[in-house]
Design a protein around this ligand. Structure first.
Ligand code: XLS
Ligand code: NI
Ligand code: NI
Length: 447
């Protein structure tokens, strides 16, 4: 507002920073997008609708820069050591001011991110109910929408041994209550998805863990979450976020393939999808593109938490992903399947602990947004040229031949195939996979 206060009644905190707009690759203005032009049509869809970008509440507004070796470094105007109601309200005002300045369509939150410190289940319930109304009012005022909500089942001390997989049913009951309430709030706010990240659903040691029982309980409770979604009429997707470890030594939601197997076992593989995060993919020994390709092929692709680690250590460093090639490789797996549907790209990423200025939050997001836009343009170029798809089709063309059809027919036995191979003297010669040639095609298309 012109008088320097937002409609929430709090002073604006990003007053010095202009709204971030598209100015094109030649601009000298570092508070502008150089590639993200939300209305530009790429592969028949607006960039904004392809990417469906979201700002995450926790890294950008809750974290004060602490790490296990040292205290917070950020000193944000909305932080307050008491973490009381007024601090939570100020934080929300700052968050929506930030979303609006970036001009991105979505945000994501954990229940505890938006509330003041709420040590008991009743306090969290009451605070969340109050914050639901405030979030709704801000959404109406700014037009920012909710990509997904999630219950934090890992920070409170009661969840040290897990939420839905806790050995103590009383703790699991608290987790179930929290999931129900957060799912209902997500629904009330028009959220597009609901996420479950099983940060503590796993174990530190098998010596104290009944793995079989924990998996049974996990499957049972997830099926109940799906049932509740239908009961309340929530039409968004339920998403599980794979991660192999950290904080636990082993997490049950290891990667997309293991989640799919687990969902199948409990009969909910058509109901639950995955929220893939590049830094989690690399922790599980996979590439980002591998996780996307696997999820697409298993029919469980949901949404993306965009970030990256670094190549020198094995942590979940949650950095802003500026690797245009890596994102392009993931997008060429995703886009031909129809893209993100109800999902989006959520910036589950944080500025480095030394990047303590408010302007650093903007530079981080601007860089992340433009990297996604450049990757989208690069992927579109590759897909439009079509040579990768053509080469792949040629590579597998033999399966459309008489031999291929014979071998894949349901009635053909192993012996039938072996007999035919012998009778026809088939000797199977190798043809080049042309990897380096294909990699050059990718680099040629990078924008
Ligand atoms: C942590 C996860 C977390 C989820 C939401 O590694 O990425 O931030 O996205 O609980
Ligand atoms: Ni995440
Ligand atoms: Ni993560």
């Amino acid at each position: 507002m012109a008088d320097g206060t937002s409609t929430s009644g709090f002073d604006t905190v990003f007053g010095d920073i202009p709204e971030i707009k598209f100015e094109g690759p030649d601009t000298e203005n570092l508070f502008a997008y150089r590639y993200y032009d939300k209305d530009q049509v790429v592969l028949g869809k607006r960039m904004e609708d392809h990417l469906r970008m979201a700002v995450c509440y926790w890294h950008t507004f809750c974290w004060d820069g602490y790490d296990i070796f040292g205290a917070g470094t950020f000193d944000r105007p909305w932080h307050n050591p008491a973490n009381d109601r007024e601090a939570a309200d100020r934080k929300m005002a700052a968050a929506f001011e930030f979303f609006s300045k970036l001009g991105l369509p979505f945000y994501c939150f954990h229940d505890v991110d938006v509330c003041e410190y709420s040590p008991t289940p009743d306090e969290l319930s009451n605070n969340l109910a109050r914050m639901k109304d405030r979030l709704g009012a801000y959404q109406d005022e700014t037009g920012t929408k909710l990509l997904w909500g999630t219950a934090n089942l890992f920070s409170h001390p009661r969840y040290a041994a897990g939420g839905l997989t806790n050995p103590d049913p009383e703790v699991a009951a608290c987790a179930a209550r929290q999931v129900r309430e957060c799912l209902e709030v997500t629904h009330a706010l028009g959220g597009s998805n609901y996420v479950l990240w099983g940060g503590r659903e796993g174990y530190d040691t098998l010596l104290n863990t009944d793995l079989s029982r924990e998996l049974e309980n996990f499957g049972r409770f997830l099926a109940k979450v799906v049932e509740h979604k239908y009961k309340i009429g929530f039409t968004g997707k339920i998403l599980i976020e794979p991660k192999p470890h950290e904080p636990m030594y082993h997490q049950y939601d290891f990667d997309s393939a293991s989640i799919h197997g687990f969902l199948q076992r409990f009969g909910i593989d058509k109901e639950v999808h995955v929220n893939i995060e590049p830094n989690h993919a690399t922790l599980s020994g996979h590439s980002f593109a591998h996780e996307i390709a696997t999820a697409v092929s298993l029919g469980v692709m949901g949404s993306i938490d965009i970030n990256c680690g670094n190549y020198q250590n094995g942590w979940d460093t949650d950095q802003f992903n500026l690797d245009i090639r890596d994102i392009t490789l993931a997008l060429i797996e995703l886009l031909p399947s129809g893209g993100l549907d109800t999902g989006g790209f959520n910036f589950d990423a944080k500025v480095r602990r030394q990047s303590s200025d408010l302007s650093d939050l903007f530079h981080a997001h601007i860089g992340g947004v433009d990297a996604l836009a450049r990757a989208l343009l690069s992927a579109a170029d590759l897909l439009e040229r079509g040579d990768l798809a053509k080469l792949k089709a040629e590579r597998y063309a033999g399966w459309d031949s008489d031999l291929g059809q014979f071998m894949t027919a349901g009635t053909t036995s192993l012996a039938d195939i072996a007999d035919r191979a012998k009778a026809e003297g088939i000797d199977g010669t190798h043809s080049s996979g042309r990897q380096e040639y294909l990699e050059n095609l990718v680099n040629r298309s990078l924008k």
